[in-house]
Ligand binder design. Sequence first.
Ligand SMILES: O=C(O)CCC(=O)C(=O)O
Ligand SMILES: [Fe+2]
Length: 198
Amino acid sequence: MDLFSAATDLQPIPIGDGDLFFLAQLPLAQSNEAILAALLDDIAWREETIVLYGKQHKQPRLSAWYGDARYTYSGRMFHPLPFTPLLREIKAAVEAATGRTYNSVLLNLYRNECDSMGFHSDDERELGPEPAIASLTFGATRTFVLKHKTLPKTVKLDLTDGSLLLMAGALQRHWRHGINKETRPRGLRVNLTFRTIF
Ligand SMILES: O=C(O)CCC(=O)C(=O)O
Ligand SMILES: [Fe+2]
């Protein structure tokens, strides 16, 4: 093994109770900056509202859903928009790197340090018992936090521009994950999670 060159394929992160893999830079046909700019332009970003204890809240981020399948998320039915050519191109690169196929993608736009995602498992029935979820990041680095459901274990990963994280196996069964708000200024970040919906 060449210890001095950066990995070009997914490397396992030994976490236990599930499978986690990381690649610092997914090989892509365009620069990260060009893809980020195109995603900001192309994607139909929406500010969704969620109802918590009968009260409406704006989600602390923008989101969009593209794919071939219908999907329920937080009890709501989402009708995905059809994949754009850019999303198909990115999906092909993610499929090549992960050796799996996907039929939908959830995109999240974190506008600044105040945007976040609460702790959750991507364990909806439609994703199957051991879902493979491939998470691709463009723009600002944010810390991805995993918390074990029954053990006092927390794992933190910096998801940097162009990086790919693959969650698979029993991970969603045993761990929750989320993105916390930050106190120091953060620029804009786009994250794409590719999934297969059955
Ligand atoms: O933004 C991230 O890195 C996490 C996204 C996520 O967990 C999800 O879309 O389910
Ligand atoms: Fe998630």
